[in-house]
Design a protein around this ligand. Structure first.
Ligand code: ZN
Ligand code: FE
Length: 261
């Protein structure tokens, strides 16, 4: 049996559509645009076996109709978001199996960015598990809270943070460098963060993706998973925020980031 490959397909300015492929069969996560997916699959001589979508935004779901017109495959997506083309509605606690690829995912509810955002966690994906988390957890950051509350988003991020530390984090955007600039403003003396800034700068200079990261990297350097860390609490407090709980610190940091340039 061919090994399972997880390949990035670039779309728009900074989206990643993740392609899971075993030989001539593939599944894609968050195909916001059909064109790049079709070109990629033609290039590797594969056809589509399934589509997974994390939330309803156009840059994640917009390519579904064109892809299913060409490959009539099952389309998994959050039950509560009414996404065009989704015919396998899923909720947290469900399992999604793509038999043709011999892969299976646990569906996690991660609302906040949108009301029904889900993540797909594959505990057996190589090398040590992987999660496809759309616009919830980013490398070095997190998504904006468009439809949920800070409470929900904090909960959702905590659910992802609790995955095994060697889990690979496949988010849907290449935002890492900008995220880390903000992270350094929050925690200028975090040595692991400063190391990551260098690593990421080198990868970007070479034209390589900075995704996936590992949950362990995010725990050590992502301010949105560190709202309990003394330095992050102190940074929120220094900006006049109510720092009486981890959720309030998280909310303050998220608002700070919204205005950060
Ligand atoms: Zn989004
Ligand atoms: Fe997005």
């Amino acid at each position: 049996m061919d090994e399972l490959l997880i390949e990035p397909v670039r779309a728009f300015d900074d989206n990643y559509i993740w392609c899971l492929r075993r030989g001539g069969l593939a599944a894609v996560v968050d195909p916001g645009d059909a064109g790049p997916v079709i070109r990629h699959l033609e290039g590797v001589r594969a056809s589509l076996a399934a589509i997974l979508v994390t939330h309803h935004h156009g840059d994640h779901a917009g390519g579904i109709p064109e892809l299913v017109a060409r490959w009539p495959v099952p389309v998994f997506g959050p039950a509560v978001e009414g996404i065009a083309g989704v015919d396998r509605p899923v909720r947290g606690g469900d399992t999604v199996a793509v038999g043709e690829l011999e892969v299976a995912f646990d569906v996690l509810d991660v609302p906040g960015h949108t009301r029904g955002h889900v993540a797909y966690y594959g505990p057996k994906l190589p090398p040590e598990g992987a999660v496809f988390c759309g616009d919830t957890l980013f490398a070095g950051g997190c998504g904006r809270i468009f439809e949920g509350t800070p409470d929900q988003m904090h909960d959702s991020l905590s659910r992802l943070a609790a995955l095994p530390p060697r889990t690979a984090v496949y988010c849907a955007h290449e935002y890492t460098q900008a995220n880390l600039r903000f992270a350094v403003a929050v925690e200028p003396a975090n040595p692991e963060l400063l190391r990551r800034v260098d690593t990421v700068a080198r990868r970007r200079a070479g034209g390589f993706p900075t995704v996936p990261s590992l949950i362990a990297d995010e725990l050590a350097t992502n301010p949105f998973l560190r709202s309990g860390a003394p330095a992050v609490v102190a940074a929120a407090r220094a900006r006049g925020a109510d720092a009486s709980s981890a959720v309030r610190v998280f909310a303050a940091i998220r608002e700070w980031k919204n205005a950060f340039r």
